[in-house]
Design a protein around this ligand. Structure first.
Ligand code: IVH
Length: 676
């Protein structure tokens, strides 16, 4: 009997374990990597399910379960970790009037509720001792956080010193650090130009910014903060509202959108008002926070392991709109992947006009059964690119006379070549790598990009222009461009033509490993290219490499190996390589490049790089270590041979190195070591 029961229970016990893992991972991606993978709602639903399962199986209790602690953003480099005076907890979420009513029912009768905006940034705890700002801690794991004081001091609205005689000796103010929309958009524009990955939303941008090691850069980006919670002993006031009013009088940045409410109706009116009005705010908000006003009542209600009972968040639903799907078009990317795009009747969403949204791939279109002419839901969650989440009437029986779901094209919309679908992949791809316009232009764009040949003055528009003029068809054509050809183009004057030619000339010094990356062989990224270039120091040796030889290189699997072999089998590529060689492009390691295998001076040594440097970049030092036979490592352990320590080395790393007796070596000492 017993066995039978446990067999029935088994799937739920497995589900419990799976959910713990999934939520742990989601926390890590959200807090440490700044790459959220679940929406708040999905996260909460999974968390509730896990709580239910844990109640069903008390024998599986685990104090490390995500239900027992808040997510952690610890693990970032270089900041002092400090224990919070009061744990920094999270808030329970609610999504409907009913859920708010459930919460209110558990509160004392006649309770006053303070409504505030829920700012979508990251929480910070500011310590004021005798009026002076002494620490600024991130939430961390809720028990201890990183002290990011120097970065917080770049925020103009946060006072460093308050000169009043009526201040308590110590108090703490908690609030949210944010990157205003305007600054966020400017930062992303800049990153786009520099070809750096974009931040998905202001929260991620603020989080990345706060963890920078360079306060000047932090200051330049322009963070702001709103404060919403004062803690400490012997503080003035008996209500939360009074405390915030006091903090405001002391000069702190407290939102004006705070209201004391006496009924759920009043709360719902506040929510309805701000759900619309928040779109005009300079910063991102994702909900409302409701707090019991009376501090004595707050004390009585107390806390659960993770959240206060006296406060709850209400999350705004992700903004979505119904609109007409006019047409599905298909976009061909640099690697030939064909992406379906929804062309929509323009609709206003989260402050921007949306007319296009990705439909990902054929399977996605089929799963939602979306057809041109349907009214579809467009959503803009925390991400930049809007998405289609469904159609208006998903359950209406399909009229057999309407056309079936639009058939995915069988030929490339750009060049007419028959598309192929690689088994196991969702994408259709155009195989015409050297004849399909977006692939040709994309390859050239990749070749000239900063991390590849770094050719200034040859941007996307110019490539398009020169391609249409018949002057650029492949990467080798770049080296045949003549001043007269370029300068005679309408939008290109003599000066920019000269700059471009200088950039092209300079690219001939780019070392072999980067040239290999620039060729754009499928799946050969920057790091893989370096590893391949080290094993095959010239194009001639690489050209004859077998898949077995290639697979022996770290990080090179059969797929990459096959792509490389395939690349050299195509005579058009061989011809391009011959032309690049004639033009003087580095197709072999010349001994000067940092990537060449220069010596064995660091053989067998494991080295950790920490801090900032003046003579070479961190990446260059990494290359140098490898070029001299050493191994790079990200963290200090007993196995570390020495730490290459720059300016502002993180105190934690320093402590650890000292504790393990690992030598710290300066930049100069290191360079001397590898030179002599
Ligand atoms: S009060 C003990 N008030 O939301 C409760 N939090 O999801 C302390 N947040 O960790 C939090 N706006 O980072 C509070 N007006 C507000 C808030 C707010 C944003 C953040 C805060 C908190 C998170 C919980």
């Amino acid at each position: 009997m017993l066995d039978l029961f446990s067999e029935i229970e088994q799937p739920e016990r497995e589900e419990l374990k799976r959910l713990r893992k999934e939520l742990e991972e989601a926390n890590y991606k959200y807090y440490v990597l700044n790459m959220p993978t679940l929406s708040d709602r999905e996260f909460d639903e999974k968390m509730h399910r896990l709580q239910d399962l844990e109640a069903m199986f008390p024998d599986l209790y685990d104090p490390k379960s995500p239900t027992q602690h808040v997510g952690s953003d610890l693990g970032k480099k270089g900041f002092e970790q400090v224990k919070h005076k009061y744990p920094m907890l999270s808030l329970a979420n609610s999504y409907s009037r009913e859920e708010i009513e459930d919460w209110v029912r558990k509160l004392p009768a006649g309770v006053e509720i303070v409504c505030e905006l829920k700012y979508d940034g990251l929480s910070i705890s500011l310590w004021y001792e005798h009026g002076r700002l002494t620490r600024a801690l991130t939430r961390g794991d809720g028990q201890q956080g990183d002290d990011v004081l120097q970065n917080i001091k770049t925020i103009p609205s946060i006072p460093w010193q308050i000169n009043r005689t009526d201040l308590p000796d110590f108090f703490e103010l908690r609030g949210e650090v944010l990157l205003p929309w305007e600054r966020f958009e400017a930062l992303n524009r800049e990153r786009e130009e520099q070809e750096e990955p974009l931040f998905a939303n202001p929260r991620n941008a603020a989080s990345g910014t706060l963890k920078l090691q360079d306060p000047r850069e932090v200051a330049r980006r322009g963070l702001d903060a709103y404060l919403y919670y004062m803690l400490g002993e012997n503080l003035p006031g008996t209500t939360h509202y009074e405390r915030l009013t006091t903090a405001k009088a002391w000069g702190f940045h407290i939102s004006d959108a705070i209201k004391v409410c006496h009924s759920v109706d009043e709360v719902m009116n506040y929510i309805a008002y701000w759900d619309t009005e928040r779109k005009n705010l300079p910063v991102a908000t994702d909900g409302i926070v409701l707090k019991v006003n009376d501090l004595a009542q707050q004390d009585e209600l107390g806390f659960t392991a993770k959240t206060p009972r006296w406060a709850i968040a209400y999350k705004f639903p992700a903004e979505k709109q119904l609109t007409l799907l006019r047409e599905i078009t298909y976009q061909v990317g640099r690697t030939g992947v064909v992406t379906p795009v929804a062309n929509l009747e323009p609709v206003q969403l989260s402050g921007t006009m949306v007319q296009r949204a990705t439909l990902h791939n054929e399977d996605f279109i089929r799963s939602l059964d979306i057809r041109p002419g349907d009214r579809v839901w467009v959503e803009k969650g925390g991400e930049i690119i809007p998405k289609i989440t469904g159609k208006e009437n998903p359950n209406t029986p399909i009229n057999p006379n309407t056309p079936i779901t639009q058939i995915f094209p069988t030929v490339c919309p750009e060049c007419g070549t028959e598309l192929v679908r690689i088994p196991g992949e969702a994408a259709w791809r155009c195989p015409n790598e050297t004849g399909c316009p977006p692939q040709i232009k994309g390859k050239i764009e990749h070749f000239v990009s900063r991390k590849a040949m770094n050719i200034d003055g040859l941007g996307e528009e110019t490539i398009d222009l020169l391609y249409r003029q018949g002057l650029l068809h492949n990467i080798a054509d770049i080296y045949d461009l003549k001043l007269a050809d370029i300068a005679s183009q309408e939008r290109l004057g003599e000066k920019s033509a000269q700059n471009m030619l200088a950039g092209i000339e300079a690219s001939k010094q780019v070392p072999w490993s980067r040239v290999l990356f620039a060729l754009g062989i499928r799946m050969v990224g920057e790091t893989t290219a370096k590893k391949i270039a080290r094993r095959f120091p010239s194009i001639d040796s690489l050209q004859w490499a077998t898949t077995e030889q290639l697979c022996a290189i770290e990080d090179v699997g059969p797929q990459i190996a096959e792509n490389i072999v395939h690349y050299f089998e195509d005579m058009r590529n061989v011809e391009i390589l011959n032309r690049l060689r004639e033009a003087g492009v580095q197709l072999e390691a010349n001994g000067e490049g940092l990537e060449a295998n220069v010596s064995d001076k660091l053989a067998g040594q494991t080295i950790v790089i920490s801090g900032t440097f003046s003579q070479h970049s961190r990446d260059e030092y990494k290359d140098l270590i490898e070029a001299h036979g050493g191994k790079n490592s990200g963290s200090i352990s007993k196995k570390t041979s020495f730490v290459l320590a720059g300016e502002n080395m993180g105190p934690e790393k320093r402590k650890k190195a000292e504790a393990l007796g690992i030598p710290l070596i300066t930049e100069d000492e290191f360079l001397e070591r590898i030179e002599n």
